[in-house]
Ligand binder design. Sequence first.
Ligand SMILES: [Mg+2]
Length: 173
Amino acid sequence: MTALPTAVPAVFLDRDGVLIEDSGYPHREADLVLLPGATEAVRRLNSLGYTAVIVTNQSGVARGLFTEDQMHAFNALLVRRFAARGARIAAVYACPFHDEAEDPRWFHPDHPDRKPNPGMILRAIAEHHIDPARSFLIGDKASDLEAAKRAGMPGFLFEGGNLDHFVRELLGG
Ligand SMILES: [Mg+2]
């Protein structure tokens, strides 16, 4: 008899301003500056059974500041940096669409993926067998928390400092 896989808890993480420095549309290797406690926080969450998923608005693509390929390459580099420190990020969802896009391919008046819309979170829940009832989000903007709310899970505002300390307090110890 084969048991059905149990849905897993997840932590949804905004990227810029939570995991890496928000230097303004970071996309080059030199822009990849990990914030204090970021890898430790993900490692801690992994060890507690949380699948870590990044959900990030990347309107820099729509604004013509960098290409979609550059965005994916930068995200892949970030995932490797974390992995090298024993922190596993299971997936990265990035939304390149914006209502002021330079390039019509990336124009959308209100894309379902662009936070505060919950599209990326809902897709991740379906694609990674995530239990939303045991999941939460950490972001540095009101739009992050609103996306969590619309996806039916709590969102917590990270206002700087050490992310691992923040996570430890959130989890009560
Ligand atoms: Mg942010």
